[in-house]
Design a binder for this molecule. Structure first.
Ligand code: KMT
Ligand code: NI
Length: 172
């Protein structure tokens, strides 16, 4: 894992876009974003159990797996959105970027590689992309009835109760 401010330069979303300003795991925690490096899947099982996660699946995001829809999918993952539940991703292979909004509404880019696990809190605005290698395999963990609908950023979603609850937690 490496986290840094996104440079906002034009160019493909899959490039590094590293501004050179690093972001620490402690700062990520202040945003409610939790990171673990877990080489043992049994540790993922424990974390899932502790947080009440009962289901999981695996997704491979690559042109080989997705074919013609790959480019479209990558673009759709990159639309800024939030969820009403937390989002847990465990990287099984390859690498990719999760971008999350900082307190000042800047993008913080989190580069995840194999064995990295990230927990994004409900209500945080974020987006995802593969990197220039165009390959990531990830485990997605689900609670009982997750509401996975991505809610795209906009005036209505800004006042969503889960968004408001997130902002309150972040302030405290
Ligand atoms: C997400 O939440 O955008 C995804 O699930 C993308 C694929 S998982 C690395
Ligand atoms: Ni998401």
């Amino acid at each position: 894992m490496k986290a840094y401010y996104y440079d906002n330069a034009p160019g493909d979303q899959r490039e590094d876009h590293d501004s050179g300003r690093e972001v620490s795991p402690v700062y990520l925690e202040s945003l409610g974003v939790i990171y673990h490096h877990l080489p043992k899947v049994s540790d993922v099982d424990t974390l899932a159990q502790t947080r009440g996660y009962k289901n999981r699946d695996e997704i491979t995001v690559s042109p080989e797996k997705m074919g013609a829809i790959y480019e479209e999918k990558v673009k759709s993952f990159f639309h800024e959105h939030l969820h009403e539940d937390e989002e847990i991703r465990y990287i099984l292979d390859g690498e990719g970027f999760f971008d999350v909004r900082s307190e000042n509404d800047d993008w913080v880019r989190i580069r995840l590689v194999k064995d990295d696990l990230i927990i994004l809190p409900a209500g945080i605005y974020h987006r995802f992309t593969t990197d220039s290698k165009n390959y990531i395999k990830a485990m997605r963990l689900f609670q009982d009835e997750p509401k996975w609908t991505p809610l795209n950023r906009g005036p209505e979603v800004d006042v969503n109760p889960h968004r408001q609850a997130y902002l309150q937690t972040r302030e405290s």
